[in-house]
Design a protein around this ligand. Structure first.
Ligand SMILES: CC(C)(COP(=O)(O)OP(=O)(O)OC[C@H]1O[C@@H](n2cnc3c(N)ncnc32)[C@H](O)[C@@H]1OP(=O)(O)O)[C@@H](O)C(=O)NCCC(=O)NCCS
Length: 164
């Protein structure tokens, strides 16, 4: 767990330094490790991550989406966001939002452009961070309403279908 948190930190913080996402501390990551989804290479090294950040019982943000530069364009970003969506569904979250400068990434995952003013909880958090000296780079906001996961129909066995 702790090792994973360290590797997530190494993945996220160089992007945070570029203003692409918010910086995290090791303790912040470790205390919320159950909300992170990661992908690892064959050696077990974390090369992609994303996190679910809950704001209310029905609303959460997909945050800290990061893929190691050498692995961009291989679908790993998509995989970790889909993993976060699965975690969200398992927690009965109905709506997700995300902030990003890479519009096409969230559009490709069926998120819709929206305005951040729809999420006063996030604006309040930005205000607090800003007051504590963190630089907030304005990003575009995307939203997705989670439907119930599709379950395959139960197959009727041939014997029952024949009325046996
Ligand atoms: C954005 C990021 C997470 C994408 O990860 P990835 O694994 O390369 O993305 P995927 O391979 O799953 O791409 C899925 C789709 O997103 C879009 N996409 C991904 N990166 C893109 C980019 N840099 N510019 C434009 N579109 C992009 C494409 O439509 C792509 O589909 P395609 O490959 O069929 O064209 C990754 O580039 C990254 O870590 N960026 C730096 C951190 C960041 O900006 N995170 C987002 C903030 S939440």
């Amino acid at each position: 767990m702790r090792a994973d948190a360290g590797q997530i930190l190494e993945l996220v913080n160089p992007y945070a330094a570029q203003g692409l996402m918010l910086p995290r501390t090791l303790d912040q990551i470790a205390s919320r490790i159950d909300s992170y989804v990661v992908a690892a290479d064959a050696g077990g090294r974390v090369i992609a991550c994303a996190a679910l950040e809950e704001y209310s019982p029905s609303l959460a943000e997909v945050s800290s989406v990061a893929v190691a530069p050498a692995h961009h364009g291989n679908g790993l970003g998509t995989q970790v966001v889909l993993g976060v969506e699965r975690v969200a569904r398992s927690r009965d979250i109905e709506e997700l939002f995300a902030l990003s400068l890479t519009d096409q990434f969230f559009l490709s995952l069926s998120y819709k452009p929206t305005t951040i003013s729809r999420y006063p909880e996030k604006l309040a958090r930005y205000d607090a961070l800003s007051r504590s000296g963190v630089d907030i780079v304005p990003k575009r906001c995307f939203q997705k309403t989670l439907g119930k996961e599709w379950n395959p129909p139960r197959l009727v066995s041939r014997r029952r279908a024949r009325g046996a």
